[in-house]
Design a protein around this ligand. Structure first.
Ligand code: ZN
Length: 324
């Protein structure tokens, strides 16, 4: 039997990542197109359908090679209807019928899921959590996303809002404002934006000195990567920020694990590229706040799929849906 392919799509605010993926979750071909937010986002689904046809032509493959399309989208999605509720930065009006539009234009079966959930599914299928069916994935990027998988299924909650790990309240009183409208969310501390925010508070002190302060002086700003790089060479200020980030992350993840006792918690997203310097400190705090039997059975690890996790997880989604 000839091999069938799945289309995995990871829709972002600036680029759309696409991949042809085999039934084992391996990427065979991947490419990107820019996200066209104009015309109330009406071009997005059309551009996806067109680029898939062009890629097939380029590879001299027939449309019949494809069994379906899975997509991770940056917003709350109704999994049953494929309606995306509100995604302001993509130009869509509220309740855009994303699945229906894609199905019509691509002539393929389509499944849509929130992008953080797709990243969790990707890591479960062919990444850090391969072989696991109880996994929590936290994506540390510009914001903080979360995906919870229990018994091999995404935990969606009554309105699709489960797994919003970024909006766990870390600072109950006096925390920084979050994009969601609350204050003191984990995202205001453990995202790239949050780390820079913490750094800027520290660097605004008159006595700020050391390597991170020097970078700030030279460039007029610092990045989350600067903070980790400086912490790696024991810069005092950077270490203090890292300690704070790891404390809140370890604390939140321990409480999640105390509730779910997953086999694995995966740290992904751009911030997780900091690697062991972050992971080890998060583990220390996790150990402190996790219930004994949870501490002994739930492991923490870095994601292994990088930017591909979303597309791979999206492909798993449609594969799983078609198998039912
Ligand atoms: Zn929030």
């Amino acid at each position: 039997m000839t091999e069938k392919w799945i289309v995995g799509v990871d829709l972002g605010g600036t680029t759309i990542k696409l991949a042809f993926i085999n039934m084992n979750g391996e990427i065979l071909h991947k490419w990107e197109i820019p996200t066209d937010n104009s015309n109330e986002g009406q071009n997005i689904t059309r551009n996806i359908a067109n680029t898939i046809n062009q890629k097939l032509e380029q590879l001299k493959e027939q449309k019949s090679k494809l069994v379906g399309l899975g997509m991770g989208a940056p917003g709350p999605v109704d999994y049953n209807t494929g309606i995306i509720r509100n995604v302001v930065n993509l130009g869509w009006k509220d309740n855009f019928p994303l699945q229906e539009s894609l199905q019509t234009l691509t002539e393929l079966p389509v499944a849509i899921e929130n992008d953080a959930n797709c990243a969790a599914l990707g890591e479960m299928w062919n990444g850090a959590g391969k072989g696991t069916s109880d996994l929590v994935c936290v994506t540390l990027g510009t914001g903080v996303g979360g995906g919870v998988i229990a018994n091999g299924n995404i935990v969606r909650g009554i309105s699709g809002a489960a797994g919003e790990i970024g909006h766990i309240t870390s600072i109950p009183v006096g925390g920084a404002p979050c994009n969601c409208g609350k204050t003191g969310c984990l995202e205001t501390i453990a995202s790239a934006t949050g780390i820079v925010r913490l750094a800027e508070i520290e660097l605004s002190n008159a006595g700020a000195k050391g390597q991170l302060a020097k970078i700030h002086q030279d460039n007029g700003k610092v990045t989350a990567k600067d903070v980790f790089d400086c912490a790696r060479v024991q810069d005092e200020l950077a270490t203090k920020i890292l300690d704070e980030v790891a404390l809140h992350l370890g604390f939140a993840l321990a409480n999640i694990a105390n509730t779910l006792n997953p086999e694995l918690i995966v740290l992904g997203g751009g911030v997780s590229r900091a690697g062991d310097i972050l992971l080890n400190k998060v583990k220390e705090n996790f150990s402190q706040y996790a219930f004994t039997s949870v501490r002994e059975s739930t492991n923490l690890a870095l994601a292994t799929l990088g930017n591909d996790a979303g597309a791979i997880g999206a492909a798993w989604l449609i594969k799983n849906k078609l198998a039912k």
